[in-house]
Write a protein that binds this ligand. Structure first.
Ligand SMILES: Nc1nc2c(ncn2[C@@H]2O[C@H](COP(=O)(O)OP(=O)(O)OP(=O)(O)O)[C@@H](O)[C@H]2O)c(=O)[nH]1
Ligand SMILES: [Ca+2]
Length: 497
């Protein structure tokens, strides 16, 4: 008898009540976990796209960016998907044939149509920002500049993308958005880390932007740009030097040597044996030098390379004005600059030139950089050409000047010392995206960087699902255990044994 009861008690798990409770329990757990999984499941990765055309002084490039579509308020991380280099020169070079400026963009616009999925075309914003080349053209001939913009606008509006406008960026915008790009790609903004300064060397202008503790904007408000990003305030110092991009600086250096209108010059910034004929009217056809055009000069002059770094640097120095600073500190030309602070990323021509010259290692003492440049400049032109057959002659002929200019701009213009120079990194890309103002410009216009830090879920999706599952199982076990007092009574109920 007692053995029979013991058997019945042991079989209480098979009573209808416990079976029903178990089934309901399992259903509840499965339902709970399913809801948890489905509710928070990341949607299939879909992307949004944005296109920015960088209409620089020397050339135009089209950048396509993409970012995850499912994130609220476009807060997903944007990255460069593709870049298309427009054939030919910058849009400002079409001043005499404006419609050609529009035509020049068509091939890259068609390429963009292949990269962005068709169903996203109409919602993909398309921007064009022009920099120093158009700034100069606008100063020189605003009617021509307007016509170029009209042609460009028509070409862009005929694309399937959502055209958002074409305009000239101010120097401050160009500097500030370059800084945003660098720090966004490095994830410094979201994490509130110390920021990196940005050095951009274009063809017609150059920008320096950085955050300095002893800069609040009061000494020179025109150099101040404030941002509130991810809950942090930034007071950025930025300055753009028009005419100090590498092509315009070279013009100034050659103009300096042709003041008396000679028929030939011996140029220390070109390799020995380099020979070319330059046209006076072409050389002086820029607002950066036009006021210095010699009154009496032949149509052209012979330029012969001399290849002397020291002499080249002397002429380069002469294009900077180091007097007349009305502020506590200046860089050059009477422009305020606070003390340099932190690390810097140097891109565009800084990178092209320094990587060609094998000078990207900034732990190298400045004296060694000078020695290497001295040696490069004095190398005969024929030897340079033979050693770098794949490099365009136009670029090759200018590396002695460009290296000398970069070193002088950094150390004497911006006051980088041996110590601060070592904090510069010459970069082209950061995590697959090009360093430049375009990404920062798009992030700003699409409101992709919120002013306040977004509310993030305390747990990642997988962690959340695991915790819900474990808690549900534990709750169920507790519930079963809480029914323990009922177990013996259950065994007394009539049942199938
Ligand atoms: N060596 C070398 N130079 C280049 C290359 N691409 C561009 N450059 C030159 O580097 C300089 C700067 O180029 P970019 O940064 O594209 O200048 P940009 O945007 O056209 O000019 P800005 O409007 O002043 O910004 C120009 O003198 C270009 O001719 C390259 O691949 N190699
Ligand atoms: Ca540029």
């Amino acid at each position: 008898m007692s053995a029979q009861r013991e058997m019945k008690e042991k079989n209480h798990w098979k009573t209808p009540v416990t079976i029903i409770i178990t089934v309901i329990g399992v259903i509840v757990i499965v339902a709970l976990v399913t809801v948890a999984v489905l509710q928070n499941k990341p949607l299939l990765q879909k992307y949004k796209y944005g296109i920015v055309l960088d209409a620089g002084s020397s050339h135009t490039a089209l950048y396509i960016y993409k970012w995850p579509a499912e994130k609220d308020n476009n807060t997903g991380r944007a990255e460069q998907m593709h870049v298309c280099k427009v054939k030919g020169q910058g849009i400002s070079s079409y001043a005499a044939n404006p419609w050609k400026a529009g035509e020049s963009l068509r091939a890259c616009m068609e390429e963009a149509e292949q990269w962005v999925p068709g169903k996203r075309h109409h919602e993909t914003p398309l921007y064009l920002g022009a920099t120093a080349g158009m700034r100069l053209l606008n100063m020189e001939n605003s009617t021509a500049s307007d016509k170029v913009f009209q042609a460009v606008k028509e070409a862009l509006q005929s694309s399937p993308f959502s055209y958002q406008g074409a305009r000239i960026l101010s120097g401050q915008e160009e500097g500030a958005f370059g800084w945003v790009t660098v720090n966004y790609l490095d994830d410094r903004l979201k994490q509130g880390l110390e920021t990196t300064g940005a050095l951009d060397l274009g063809g017609a202008s150059t920008q320096i932007s950085f955050v300095s503790d002893n800069f609040d904007g009061s000494e020179s408000p025109s150099n101040s740009v404030t941002f509130r990003l991810y809950g942090n305030d930034y007071n950025l110092y930025t300055h753009s030097f028009l005419c100090y991009g590498k092509d315009q600086a070279l013009r100034s250096v050659v103009a300096h040597q042709t003041q008396s209108g000679p028929e030939k010059i011996l140029d220390p910034c070109s390799n020995p044996g380099y020979n070319t004929i330059k046209n006076y009217s072409v050389l002086y056809d820029s607002p950066c030098v036009s006021n210095r055009k010699p009154q009496k000069a032949p149509a052209s002059f012979h330029l012969t390379g001399k290849g002397n770094f020291g002499e080249c640097q002397k002429i380069v120095r002469s294009i900077f004005n180091f007097t007349n600073c009305k502020y506590s500190h200046c860089s050059f030309n009477g422009v305020f600059q606070p003390h340099l602070q932190g690390a810097f990323g140097a891109f565009s021509a800084y990178y092209f030139v320094m990587s060609f010259l094998n000078l990207t290692d900034t732990s190298m003492p400045l004296e060694t950089v000078k020695e290497k440049l001295t040696s490069y400049c004095s190398t005969p032109w024929e030897q340079i050409k033979q050693q770098h057959r794949a490099v365009k002659e136009k670029y090759l002929a200018e590396y002695c000047f460009s290296g000398t200019y970069i070193l002088t701009l950094l150390t004497e213009g911006y006051n980088f010392t041996s110590e601060s120079y070592s904090k510069i990194k010459f970069i082209k890309k950061i995590k697959g995206s090009d360093a430049g103002w375009t990404l920062g410009y798009m992030l700003n216009l699409t409101n992709m960087i919120p002013a306040e830090a977004p509310d993030t879920p305390p747990l990642p999706h997988a962690g959340y699902v695991s915790i819900v599952t474990i808690m549900a199982i534990l709750l169920f076990i507790l519930f079963i255990l809480s029914l323990r007092p009922l177990w013996p009574r259950c065994s007394k109920l009539p049942q199938v044994v």
